[in-house]
Ligand binder design. Structure first.
Ligand code: SAH
Ligand code: SF4
Ligand code: F3S
Length: 444
C-alpha cells in the first residue's frame, strides 16, 4: 500500500445484484470525497474487491485476484476486501494475504473512508459489524443513474435453507424505512433512471409503516412508487415463495408499471429434497403460486434458480426437477451444482453427490432450460412491445434494451437515445436475444 491518500479507486463486484448496488454506493462515497474512478484496476490507488461467498471456491478466487494486484515494483494499491467473503472469513483474510489493508463486511462499508484514512496512518482494519440499516443513512446523495437502476429495500435472510451462507453473511431480515425508500427512488429517477429494480435477498419479505403509520408489504411500496411520474417500470428480485402474499400477486394484475416478470426460485422439483433443503414450500404449493400469478397476469414470464446434486438427490428426485422445469417453461433460469458451504447444515449431510453425477445432471437441466428459453423467445416474434433502451449495440445506430419480459432486444434506431422507451415489432429471436424494428416512439 502507498501512504498518500488514494486519489483513484476501482471496485470489482462479484455475486448478486445487492453487491452491484453496494458497489455503486461505495463509488458515490469515494466520488463525494474527491476521488475518481481509475481507468484500469492495475493503476488504481485503492482497489475494493466486493466479494461473494455463495458457491465454489469463491474465497480462493479472491486470494488469486489479490496476488494479481501486486505491482512489478513489489508495491500494491490499498486493498479492501468487502462483501460476503469478508464477512465469512474475517481477519483470516489479512493473515493469509498481508497486502490486504481493509476487511469490511457488507453492512459496514459506509465506514470505508475512515478505514482508508486509518490505513494512511499505517493501520490495518477489520470491520465486520452487522448493524443493519446504519450504512444507508450514512451514504451520500444519489448520482447519475443508468436507465435501469437498482434500489436495495431489504437485506438479510431468516430462512436458513440448509445449503446457504446468506443468513450468516448478510444477517437477519431487515427492511429499510418507507420515507427513505420513496426519497431514494425519486432521487434515482431524477438522476436518469426510468426503471427501478427493488432488491433484497428476500425482497418480498419487505414490510414497513407508510407515511400514515399503516403497515405495508412490498405491494404497498410498489403502489407508492407507481405514482412517481417519470418512473416507467418497476421490477423486484429475489423473492421467496413463502412471501408471495395475496397483495403482491394482486399488484401484478393491476399495477401497469410492474413488469410481467417474476424471478421466484424453487431450487428443486422433489418434495423430499425441498424438505431436506428446509425450503418450507412444496412442489405443489409452488406451482399453485405460479397459477395464481398467471390468473391475474396471463403474460407473466417466470424465472427461477435450481440446485442439482443436493446431498441425497436420487435420479428420481432429479427427474422431478426436470419435469417441474418442463411444466413451468421458464423465460430464463439459473442452475447450479450444489456446493458445500462451510458451517451450513447440508455440508455435513451424508450422501454427498459425486461431481460426475452433478455435471451430468446440470448439463441435462441446462439443455432443458435453454430449449424453454428459446421457445419463449420464439413465441414473442411478431409481437409489438415496448423496449427500454439501455446501452449501445455493436453496430452504428444499434441500441440494446429490455422487453417487459427482461429479454435483450437489439434495435436499429439511429434517431433514438439510451433511456428512450420505443415500441418495436419483434422480428427475429435466438436463445439469448431478440431483434426489433421500431413501429412508433412511445412517450419518453
Ligand atoms: N434469496 C434467494 C437467492 C439467494 S442465493 C432465494 O432464496 O431464492 C442465489 C441462488 O444461489 C439460490 O437461489 C440458489 O439456487 C443458489 N445457491 C445458494 N447456495 C448454494 C449452494 N450452497 N450451492 C449451490 N447453489 C447455491
Ligand atoms: Fe439462502 Fe434460502 Fe435465504 Fe435464499 S431463502 S438467501 S437460498 S437461505
Ligand atoms: Fe453472494 Fe453475498 Fe450476494 S454470498 S449472492 S454476494 S448475498
Amino acid at each position: 500500500m502507498s501512504t498518500d491518500s488514494p486519489k483513484t479507486y476501482s471496485i470489482k463486484n462479484y455475486g448478486c445484484q445487492m453487491n452491484v448496488y453496494d458497489g455503486e454506493r461505495m463509488a458515490e462515497m469515494f466520488e463525494s470525497q474527491g476521488m475518481s474512478a481509475a481507468d484500469d484496476k492495475a493503476n488504481a490507488d485503492l482497489v475494493v474487491l466486493n466479494t461473494c461467498h455463495i458457491r465454489e471456491k469463491a474465497a480462493e478466487k479472491v486470494y488469486s485476484e489479490i496476488g494479481r494486484l501486486r505491482r512489478k515494483d513489489g508495491t500494491s494499491p490499498v486493498i479492501a476486501v468487502a462483501g460476503c467473503v469478508a464477512q465469512a472469513e474475517g481477519g483470516e483474510i489479512s493473515r493469509r494475504a498481508p497486502e490486504v489493508d481493509i476487511v469490511v463486511g457488507p453492512q459496514a462499508y459506509h465506514n470505508l473512508p475512515d478505514m482508508v484514512a486509518a490505513v494512511g496512518r499505517g493501520e490495518r482494519v477489520v470491520d465486520l459489524d452487522l448493524p443493519g440499516l446504519d450504512k444507508f443513512g450514512k451514504l451520500p446523495a444519489r448520482r447519475k443513474q443508468p436507465p435501469s437502476a437498482f434500489l436495495t429495500v431489504q437485506e438479510g435472510c431468516d430462512k436458513f435453507c440448509t445449503y446457504c451462507v446468506v443468513p450468516y453473511t448478510r444477517g437477519a431480515e431487515i427492511s429499510r424505512g418507507w420515507a427513505e425508500l420513496i426519497d431514494e427512488a425519486k432521487a434515482i429517477v431524477n438522476a436518469g433512471a426510468r426503471e427501478i429494480t427493488l432488491l433484497g435477498q428476500n425482497v418480498n419479505a419487505w414490510d414497513g409503516e407508510d407515511d400514515k403509520g399503516k403497515l405495508q408489504g412490498l405491494d404497498g411500496l410498489i403502489r407508492a412508487l407507481d405514482k412517481i411520474p417519470d418512473l416507467r417500470r418497476i421490477r423486484y428480485m429475489t423473492s421467496h415463495p413463502n412471501d408471495m402474499t395475496e397483495g403482491l400477486i394482486a399488484a401484478h394484475g393491476d399495477v401497469e408499471k410492474l413488469m410481467p416478470f417474476l424471478h421466484l426460485p424453487v431450487q428443486s422439483g422433489s418434495d423430499r429434497i425441498l424438505k431436506a433443503m428446509n425450503r418450507s414450500h412444496s412442489r405443489d404449493s409452488y406451482m399453485r403460486i405460479l397459477d395464481r400469478v398467471r390468473a391475474v397476469r396471463p403474460d407473466i414470464a417466470f424465472s427461477g434458480d435450481f440446485i442439482v446434486g443436493f446431498p441425497g438427490e436420487s435420479d428420481a428426485d432429479f427427474e422431478d426437477t426436470l419435469s417441474l422445469v418442463r411444466e413451468v417453461g421458464h423465460a430464463q433460469a439459473y442452475s447450479f451444482k450444489y456446493s458445500p458451504r462451510p458451517g451450513t447444515p447440508a455440508a455435513d449431510m451424508s450422501d454427498q453427490i459425486p461431481m460426475e453425477v452433478m455435471d451430468e445432471r446440470l448439463q441435462r437441466l441446462q439443455a432443458q432450460i435453454v430449449a424453454d428459453q428459446t421457445a419463449f423467445n420464439n413465441r414473442t416474434v411478431g409481437r409489438t412491445t415496448d423496449v427500454l433502451l439501455e446501452r449501445p449495440g455493436k453496430f452504428a445506430g444499434q441500441l440494446i434494451g429490455k422487453s417487459p419480459w427482461l429479454q435483450s432486444v437489439h434495435v436499429l434506431a439511429p434517431d433514438l437515445s439510451i433511456g428512450d422507451i420505443v415500441t418495436v415489432q419483434i422480428t427475429d429471436s435466438g436463445p439469448l436475444s431478440l431483434k426489433g424494428e421500431p413501429t412508433m416512439r412511445a412517450a419518453a
